[in-house]
Design a protein around this ligand. Structure first.
Ligand SMILES: [Fe+2]
Length: 373
């Protein structure tokens, strides 16, 4: 009896085991079958998302830029290495603005980089840019160097200074932009045409800081003291100082930096013979301007565009980006080049650069009124 009971228990346990094993096996098969199905679905979804993203052009950022330096290309490569986002560069000059206008909604441009807050303000006024909310950008870029509506962001900074002949001018004779209108400077001042945005922005800043009347007096006074009728660009004015056509020029700092660091010995000699003077240090500061970036209104890759501008505002990128054109970084944590260091620190005009766009039309009007061509 005992033996038969043992057998029965054994038989029952064996059956239970087989049952449990079978049940487990079934469960295994079921779960095993379910997982690949879920994964397949997931993969399919991902593929569909990727395809949709590819149609939107994800994975790239299309850049229209009026800058063209080797260091910029290096930076774009670094950005691609870090993010996997390709940078398609279309570089040109002012015609890129017209191109952007003509392309309208169909444009492939995501980011537009150009010089002068006045130019960036025009893009904004023409409805070609959009507002960007980015903590990175607001942290990296001082408030006065970005648009009040965050439609453009300064990336490099330059000062519009007095460049003087080291032979014929002692810097102790220099003080302010306004002082160059005094009789002592008659026939000695070199400056380019008023059609140029740099001079328009300069006068726009004076309108803001000193009022329209004083701005007009300045324009008239400089016109009366010109060494010659305006011709050529800023570099031509600096060269004209060295050639003895005049004794001082008003020019952007990077042109002098470019001459000093030029591999062309003639140019570097020109750079050595002039000094850089930061005017209005005891009053309202030296005029500064920027080159900067905007996200295009009809950009197809807005997230990538923002990532790209954020990358360019970061300390490491800032140092290289600014150096490419002998400019000052906008990010206060970034180091400046040796050439810029040699000129020393200076007090800047304390105005938001958005104002340069606001006052542009009035500045042009004043130049026309005083006959500064
Ligand atoms: Fe320039």
């Amino acid at each position: 009896m005992k033996k038969s009971l043992k057998l029965l228990v054994f038989a029952m346990m064996s059956m239970l085991l087989v049952f449990v094993a079978a049940a487990c096996g079934q469960q295994d098969t079921e779960t095993g079958g379910e997982e690949p199905q879920e994964e397949q679905q997931k993969e399919q979804n991902e593929e569909q998302q990727e395809e949709a993203a590819a149609e939107e052009g994800s994975g790239v950022v299309n850049l229209y830029t009026t800058r063209h330096y080797d260091t910029d290309e290096e930076l774009y490569k670094k950005f691609t290495e870090q993010t996997g986002i390709e940078v398609n560069v279309i570089s040109g000059k002012d015609e890129l603005v017209q191109r952007l206008k003509d392309e309208g909604e169909a444009t492939e441009a995501d980011v537009f980089i150009t010089a002068d807050a006045g130019n960036l303000a025009r893009l904004k006024a023409d409805g070609l840019t959009q507002s960007v909310e980015s903590e990175v950008l607001t942290n990296n870029i001082p408030e006065k160097l970005r648009d009040v509506d965050n439609q453009w962001f300064g990336l490099t900074k330059r000062a519009r200074v007095i460049v003087y002949s080291k032979d014929r001018v002692d810097p102790s004779e220099l003080s302010t932009y306004e002082a160059l209108t005094e009789d002592a400077w008659k026939g000695r001042v070199l400056i380019r045409s008023s059609e140029n945005i740099y001079n328009q922005s300069l006068l726009a800043s004076f309108i803001e800081l000193n009022g329209e009347e004083a701005a007009k007096e300045w324009a008239q006074g400089i016109k009366d003291n010109m060494a010659r009728d305006p011709e050529g660009g800023d570099t031509d004015q600096v060269k004209a100082v060295v050639a003895g056509l005049g004794d001082v020029a008003i020019a952007n700092t990077y042109y002098v930096g470019r001459l000093i660091n030029s591999t062309d010995s003639e140019d570097s000699k020109v750079g050595e013979q002039v000094g850089v003077f930061f005017p209005n240090q005891e009053t309202n500061g030296t005029h500064i301007n920027i080159s900067g970036a905007a996200v295009v209104k009809h950009a197809k890759n807005v997230d990538n565009a923002i990532k790209f501008i954020e990358f360019l505002s970061d300390v490491e990128a800032q140092e290289l980006f600014a150096k490419g054109n002998n400019e000052y970084p906008v990010n206060p944590d970034a180091a400046i080049s040796e050439t810029l260091k040699s000129w020393g620190e200076f007090k800047e005009q304390d105005i938001n650069l958005t104002i340069l766009g606001d006052n542009n039309a009035r500045a042009i009007q004043i130049y026309n009124e005083v006959g500064w061509k």
